[in-house]
Design a protein around this ligand. Structure first.
Ligand SMILES: [Zn+2]
Ligand SMILES: [Zn+2]
Length: 137
């Protein structure tokens, strides 16, 4: 079960595109999770999957990442993969190119249906309005 959000800033005209959070089909197998991955992540996981090196996987589903420097946002599917020895093979990272650092994972407060600590990517104000979109499973 997951849901979509829109983030709007109460100070400037920023409004996000649709943000997906949560898990649905993602608790299944790696083949299912591959559908949620994009770009280089998808290529890497596909490669590991084809070589049958993946022994164990963990996903917290679609996650929100924010750069602590420029406050840029990325919404992507989180996944961690281990081989049979328990070595880490792959972990989703959200890299901010302009700042040359990884974005921080922003955990969702599902009880209050909000994401604490988010800043507006445009004016850097922290009074954001989060509106709940569609539910999915
Ligand atoms: Zn940045
Ligand atoms: Zn703003």
């Amino acid at each position: 079960m997951g849901h979509t959000y829109f983030i709007e800033c109460s100070r400037c005209d920023y409004s996000s595109s649709e943000i997906t959070l949560g898990v649905g089909f993602l608790f299944g197998n790696v083949d299912d999770i591959l559908h949620g991955l994009k770009g280089q992540d998808k290529k890497t996981v596909q490669f590991l999957n084809n070589r049958k090196t993946i022994h164990h996987h963990y996903s917290r589903g679609y996650s929100l990442y924010q750069c602590s420097n420029c406050h840029s946002l990325e919404n992507k599917c989180h996944l961690v993969l281990y081989n049979s020895k328990g070595d880490l093979l792959f972990e989703t990272e959200s890299y901010c190119d302009p700042c040359q650092k990884n974005r921080d994972y922003m955990p969702e407060d599902s009880e209050n249906e909000t994401v604490p600590g988010l800043h507006c990517p445009k004016c850097h104000h922290n009074k954001l309005h989060i509106s709940l979109g569609a539910l999915w499973d």
